[in-house]
Design a binder for this molecule. Structure first.
Ligand SMILES: NC(=O)c1ccc[n+]([C@@H]2O[C@H](COP(=O)([O-])OP(=O)(O)OC[C@H]3O[C@@H](n4cnc5c(N)ncnc54)[C@H](OP(=O)(O)O)[C@@H]3O)[C@@H](O)[C@H]2O)c1
Length: 178
């Protein structure tokens, strides 16, 4: 394993027990409610940059009071349509996922790169760009919403690395088999 804080590319997400990373209408209130920043402090400290898709960026902007306590370093947004007005908090990238991962990884300063969002994470998994999958399983069922991965993602084999529980949060860490 590349290990925490040693430059790994990590698909990182909170997930309901029934496999959703967002609820209906991209609801994310359940994450703010059930995943305190204290539960992710070590992971956050090990993270030097984050790469998200435009979908995640747009949802986060619609919920400006949520997730602001999380500081995972430089933020990169992969999009075909960068906004006319720059956002000083992020760098927009319009390129292939390989180049986006390389760029964001370069900004991580030797710490981990987190990949967030369903579509971009699936593309990275499909292309063999991911070292680890880190899932915070939260104690609820959502019934519907954005699945962990789109149906187009084929089989990806994983090797369990660690399972821990702190309060309501069960953290599962896997290494991606290549
Ligand atoms: N539970 C969690 O931990 C967690 C974490 C992150 C996100 N989420 C949730 O996941 C949902 C978003 O997931 P998602 O799959 O819709 O979005 P996503 O992966 O964040 O973004 C997908 C979008 O990124 C752009 N994109 C992807 N690949 C690209 C490429 N190669 N080049 C240029 N642009 C590219 C495209 O947008 P354009 O073509 O429009 O530019 C695409 O529609 C939201 O509800 C969010 O809140 C949950």
């Amino acid at each position: 394993m590349n290990g925490v804080g040693s430059g790994a590319v990590v698909v990182n997400r909170a997930m309901s027990l029934d496999g959703f990373i967002a609820g209906r209408g991209h609801a994310m209130d359940w994450v703010a409610e059930l995943l305190p920043v204290d539960a992710v402090r070590d992971v956050m400290a090990a993270t030097g940059a984050m790469l998200v898709g435009r979908g995640t960026y747009d949802v986060a902007r619609r919920m400006p009071d949520q997730g602001t306590a999380y500081d995972g370093g430089s933020q990169f947004v992969l999009t075909h349509r960068p906004p006319d007005e720059p956002d000083p908090a992020v760098t927009f990238l319009t390129c292939g996922v390989e180049e986006a991962v390389a760029t964001a990884r370069g900004a991580a300063g030797g710490r981990n790169l987190e990949i967030l969002g369903a579509d971009v994470a699936a593309q990275c998994l499909q292309r063999g760009l991911v070292d680890e999958v880190l899932v915070y399983v939260l104690p609820l069922l959502l019934g519907d919403g954005v699945r962990f991965a789109p149906a187009t993602l084929g089989r990806i084999d994983l090797e369990p690395v660690a399972t821990t529980r702190a309060g309501a949060v069960t953290t599962l860490r896997f290494r991606v088999r290549r």
